[in-house]
Design a protein around this ligand. Sequence first.
Ligand SMILES: *Cc1c(COP(=O)(O)O)cnc(C)c1O
Length: 344
Amino acid sequence: MSTARLTINLHALASNWRALDAKSNVETGAVVKADAYGLGAGPVSAALAEEGVRKFFVAAAEEGLAVRQAVGPEPQIFVFSGFMDGDNGLHFADNLIPMINSPEQFKRLQQAMPDHPFGVQLDSGMNRLGLEPADWASLRSEIESLNPKAIISHLACSDEPDHPMNRRQLKTFRDMTDGVAAPRSLAATGGLLMGPEFHFDFCRPGVGLYGGMPFADAKPVVSVDLPVIQVRSVSVGETVGYGGYWVARRPSRIATVAAGYADGLHRAIGGGIDTFVGDQPCPVVGRISMDLITVDVTDLPEDPERLRILNGHQTVDDLAEAAGTIGYEILTSLGARYSRGYVE
Ligand SMILES: *Cc1c(COP(=O)(O)O)cnc(C)c1O
C-alpha cells in the first residue's frame, strides 16, 4: 500500500439508514449531496437504493446524474438548489426534481419546463433557502394545483434539540403547510432524532447515515489507513516537525506517514489525536504537514507498516473536535488523493 486508503463500509451505511428509519413511522430518504458527503455518490446511493430508499437529495442538478445512474429510473431525486438561472431541461434530464426556492425560480421553471415535476422548499426561519411566508401565501394555490412532489423546510438548530428555534420553526412550518396534499418534510438527521412531531411524511437524514453526530449511535462508516514511509529513532530533547514544537522526553521511535492537511487531516488538529494499530493507540506528534504526519510508535513491539487514523475508536467527530470544526467538514474534505475501497 503506497497511498493512503479510505475504506467505506456500505454495511455500516445501510445499518445506519435502517436504524434511523426505525426511529419513525414515516418514509426515510437519504441526502447524498457533495458526493455523498465525500464518500462516493454512486456506491453510496446504490447501496441505499438496495435498502429501499426511494427519495434522494442532492445540492445541485449536476450531482443528480451520478445518483440516477446508481439507483435506476424509479427513485425520486430532489435538487435542493432548485431551478437556477441558466438551468434548462438538460440539467434536469433523468427526471431530477428541482426544489423551488423563490418566486423567480417558480416562474423560470414554468416558462422553461411547465410539465416538469417539482418540489417546494419553504423558509421557516433559517433564512438560507426557500420561499418566504409571504411569497408562499401568494403562490400557494397555484403551486398546489400543479401537484408538487414534496414540500420541505430545514431546521437551523437541530443539533441542539432544546434550542427554542426548533419549536418556532416547527410552528411556522405547520402554519404554512397544514392542509396541503403534498408530502411534507422538515427533518434531517437532527430533526428525525427529535421525535414524531418533526417527522411529517418523510425524513431526509444525511450525516447520520455516514456515521456522524448528532446520531450518537451511528456505526462508523469510514476508516482511513495511512502507509508508513519511514521510522526513525529520536533522542531525548530532539524535536519533530515544523516549528519544532514537539520535544522527545524519552528515547522515541517516530513514524512518518503519507497523508496530511491536503488530504483533509486539518493542520488545526492539535494534540490528543491518535493513530492505531488494531486497538493500540499511537499519538500524533508535531505539526501536521501538507502530505505527512508524524506519530510516536515507541510503545509498539515492532515498527508498523500502516497506521489507521479513522476507525471505531476515533471518529470523524473526534477529529472534528480536535480541529475546531464539525464531522460534516471532516467527511467532505477527505481529499481526492486517497485510494478508495468499499466494503459491500
Ligand atoms: C444537508 C441537508 C440535509 C441533511 O442534513 P444532515 O444534518 O446531514 O442530516 C437535509 N436537508 C437539507 C435542506 C440539507 O441542506
